[in-house]
Design a protein around this ligand. Sequence first.
Ligand code: SAH
Length: 444
Amino acid sequence: MTLQKTKSRSTPHRPSLGNRDFRNRTKRSAQTTDSQNTRGAAHAGEATAQPGIILKAGREKSLLRRHPWIFSGAVERVDGAPISGDTLSVRSAQGEFLAWAAYNAGSQITARVWSWREEENIDAEFFRNKISSALAARSELNLSRNSNGMRLIHAESDGLPGLIVDQYGDVLVMQIGSAGTERWRDTIADILQELCKPACIYERSDSESRALEGLELRNGVLRGTLPDTVEVIENGLRFKVDVVSGQKTGFYLDQRDNRALTGTLACDKDVLNCFCYTGGFSLYALRGGAKSVLSIDASGDALRIAAENLTSNGLDTSRAEWVEADVFQALRKLRDQGLSFDLIILDPPKFAPTAAFAEKAARGYKDINLLGFKLLRPGGLLCTYSCSGGISEDLFQKIVAGAALDAGVDAQIIHHLHASADHPVLLSFPEGAYLKGLVLRVGL
Ligand code: SAH
């Protein structure tokens, strides 16, 4: 970021700037010496410039296509002395208004767009409108017929960068991943409380990606009281959800439809479920009439919940086996033992959070898919997934094709799969399509 003295730019209508108001601060800074304007004084002149982001010439293109991220490399300069979380105007090199965006000085993504409309005020009313619209979209989907677990807010794709809200019955779990959303945390919690009336809003802002945004990790109750047990009932199956220390917000809601599909494919099959977490795919397969289900995960805590889920659903425990192991090693062991299966599920964690990790991730995907193909009986099914934002659908299919080739099998794609409908993808934000899956049938 280049800080330099600039002329104040007049805007026809200024929004309220988060919980800070630059108009007051700018005035105050000439007269007082509070901590904010001490910084201002250190960079003489900054406080008089109207805060805002000016892009390099030609770097407005992605914004004009309504992609909501402004990368640091596109920024010519940041006027004023904003701090992370402030709402700033974003302008082209020619001074044309492009968006209102949340600033983060410490992130590769310098700003995330709140609104494309110059007349918009980024205030509590703005958040109420966005949240209401996300809730209305979910209620139109009618998903609550099949599940009391649902993603209510899917970040950028719902116009709220950095905000995830998952519902598990009357508990909401909120995850904040950006400085802009962090600034509005209490406002958002109040609006969710008012509109959804949950028994509890729990905050799981403890994902590693917060470090990239320079945010501290947080995990605790935000509103109300957390019930002793939280569970979702999904397509008639009950799953205990550990919102305090489970992965993500406690459950993988995105795989709901794909789990249901597995249930329809599993009848009379010997199933291997790799990266099983709390048993999602395993329980659907067992209810679908699988002959046997071997489930593997590295987390003992997840496996304990999986076993509880099995019994609480009254499913036949004699057909299920749970193994705590590293899948990369376990697949090799199964191969060396000469075992084989009719249906294999591979749903690993995110190997590539961003494109920078794609090459290493590709090796991991190739490895497990190659082993998966080798463990399948002729005519068997491989249900394989990637939830890496840094791996495109096209690349994933190429990796899987390479694995089939090396395994010496011919395979057909039976299904192309994605996250469930409560995880919409904004057309202008393809990164939102992080989950992709293929169901493949290997030749006889
Ligand atoms: N399919 C699951 C979600 C899988 S999440 C569902 O529908 O609910 C990914 C899982 O992979 C996590 O449970 C995590 O504990 C597990 N995991 C991560 N790395 C692993 C490894 N190397 N070996 C085995 N399990 C691993």
